[in-house]
Design a protein around this ligand. Structure first.
Ligand code: CP
Length: 338
């Protein structure tokens, strides 16, 4: 795939060599993300970081990734401060913002909205998540994390077993991650969800058609015991009709140290796209696992910067120049490496 100038809207636009190219470029971004070196490859470039739905990690890490390549960031952080609340269309917004930017990252609560925005944009658009549909950069950073974590345990993605837990109906991260894993060989999916929040049937059918094994259960203990990675998700309250409806499912599947020790194999990697819901009634991933060596959630969030730097470098066609305009950091960076 030629990445130059493309929109990134869905993981379904990638083949396996494209994913591996992104990961190779992401690996090369380590010195910048670790604040050992500064690159000026995107000096003068402007990112329009348009978030019309709440976000911490995706918005900030896309912005920092652009900064780490020397570019500038302009952003809308909530729908309430945007003229979309005055009735402006996505078409008009895209036409206008693309006149001010070299590339745009966009998140919106409606499925299909980012593609609609991209069709009107005059610069490349990267999805930051569109409703229940997809979250492609999250899936890339999740898979990048899985690869690193499994390599450290001398395993590979091909043949891996993954347990996905929670709200698999509304969770766009598990939709995108499943479709990326489809590109690999012999994956076993243990899907652990209430009947009403199961993975969409068309995704399950795609996985089976591609030759992967898919097991579905509502029994958490049964689903946990045979995995290399467990991927937990939050009940996506914002996608339900009401908070009361979400409450029916909240807290139903929880992982804590005791459950992990009892039901998971000793080397199982623990992942979560974050935010995790730490309220007592939910608490799907207990903080008594915070110091556990197999808890990868913060390494996963850190990897987001590497993958997002790679996407900018490839789409804006500077991957070959990132290492050429480099100087060491001049400020204190000590605690990062402790
Ligand atoms: N994982 C993720 O999308 O987090 P944010 O909603 O904080 O961006």
């Amino acid at each position: 795939m030629d990445f130059c100038g493309i929109d990134i809207l869905s993981v379904q636009q990638f083949e396996r060599p494209d994913v591996e190219r992104i990961f190779d470029v992401a690996d090369s971004m380590e010195p910048f993300a670790q604040r050992k070196q500064v690159s000026k490859a995107l000096d003068g470039a402007i990112l329009g970081n348009m978030f019309f739905e709440p976000s911490t990690r995706t918005r900030v890490s896309f912005g920092c990734a652009f900064n780490m390549l020397g570019g500038h960031v302009r952003e809308t952080a909530e729908i309430g401060t945007s003229s979309i609340t005055k009735g402006e269309s996505l078409y008009d917004s895209a036409r206008v913002i693309s006149g001010y930017s070299d590339i745009i990252v966009m998140r919106h609560p409606r499925a299909g909205s980012v593609a609609e925005f991209a069709a009107a944009s005059r610069v490349p658009v990267i999805s930051g998540g569109d409703g229940v549909n997809e979250h492609p950069s999250q899936a890339l950073l999740d898979l990048y994390t899985i690869r690193k974590e499994l390599e450290s345990k001398r395993r590979s993605i091909d043949g891996m077993r993954i347990g996905m837990v929670g709200d698999l109906k509304h969770g766009r991260t598990v939709h995108s991650l499943s479709r990326l894993l489809k590109l690999y060989r012999g994956i076993t999916f243990n899907l652990i969800a209430p009947q009403q929040l199961r993975m969409p049937g068309e995704i399950v059918a795609e996985l089976r058609e591609a030759g992967h094994e898919v097991r579905e259960t509502e029994n958490m203990a049964k689903g946990l015991h045979d995995n290399d990675t467990i991927y937990l998700t939050r009940i996506q309250e914002e996608r339900f009709e009401s908070r009361l409806e979400a409450d029916i499912y909240r807290g139903r599947f929880r992982l804590n140290r005791a459950i992990y020790t009892r039901h998971c194999q000793p080397n199982t990697v623990i992942m979560h796209p974050l935010p995790r819901d730490t309220r007592a009634e939910a608490n799907e991933l207990d903080d008594d696992l915070n110091q556990h060596p197999n808890l990868a959630i913060f390494r996963q969030a850190d990897n987001g910067v590497l993958v997002r730097m790679a996407l900018f470098a490839l789409v804006l066609d500077v991957a070959g120049e990132v290492q050429q305009q480099v100087h060491p950091t001049r400020w204190y960076t000590g605690r990062r490496f402790e």
